[in-house]
Design a protein around this ligand. Structure first.
Ligand SMILES: [Mg+2]
Length: 223
């Protein structure tokens, strides 16, 4: 699972900062419905996502409406907000919640003091707004590979065998339209083999993707 902050992590709240500076919190939070989305690439579709925000509970409806409007439809998530009676600092509040979970693979937040609190708990974390060093990008890439590999096993090594069985004489492609068909066929085979290699053949997303790519394939074949 990943933990993701909201304000200035996936929503651009900078334009309403003046209200935070004046401690006009109700206006500050109420305006969040108009924020533009940012950094949505950090929300990988296979992650279990917990949004952890310092926004008080009474802004849950606004928050969920904003997410419904801006997050990809397939995104599944839960939102943990600050209870009305909680006045702890953001790092303290977020660390106390994060310490309940033991399967956090990564935490995203724009505040350095919050990231520091996560680091103290041993949780890998980062600010999606900051440019990262190549080594850090590679580390995160290795984490992603290990997570996906645990789910799909070595599916990528089986893919070639399936394609060779389907097309024993190879293929000769000489038009853009046929390359389009071939591209979609590859996606279909990839999703099918992923499904077959998912634990107990339960990876529903792969089945949905397979339907989508098959429909796209049929649409370009035409009547
Ligand atoms: Mg924030």
């Amino acid at each position: 699972m990943i933990i993701v902050d909201i304000d200035n992590t996936i929503s651009d709240a900078r334009w309403r900062n003046e209200y935070a500076e004046r401690k006009e919190w109700d206006i500050y939070h109420s305006l969040s419905i108009h924020d533009k989305p940012i950094n949505l690439h950090i929300l990988e579709e296979d992650d279990s996502i917990f949004f952890l925000t310092g926004r008080p509970e009474k802004y849950r409806d606004i928050t969920l409406k904003w997410m419904d409007k801006h997050l990809p439809k397939k995104t599944r998530y839960k939102v943990i907000m600050r209870p009305e009676s909680d006045f702890a600092s953001a790092p303290k509040f977020k660390a106390s919640i994060a310490s309940y979970f033991n399967k956090i693979t990564f935490a995203w937040d724009d505040r350095e003091d919050v990231l520091e609190a996560y680091r103290k708990l041993g949780i890998p974390c980062g600010n999606p707004n900051s440019k990262r060093a190549p080594a850090s990008i590679l580390e995160q890439g290795a984490t992603t590979f290990n997570e996906r590999n645990a789910l799909y096993a070595d599916n990528y090594l089986l893919f070639g065998g399936v394609m060779a069985a389907l097309l024993p004489n190879g293929v000769q492609i000489n038009s853009a339209e046929n390359w389009n068909k071939f591209g979609l066929l590859i996606q279909c085979v990839s999703k099918l083999t992923r499904f077959c290699n998912s634990p107990d053949m339960t990876h529903r997303d792969s089945v949905h993707d397979l339907m989508v790519y098959a429909a796209m394939l049929e649409s370009i074949i035409g009547d």
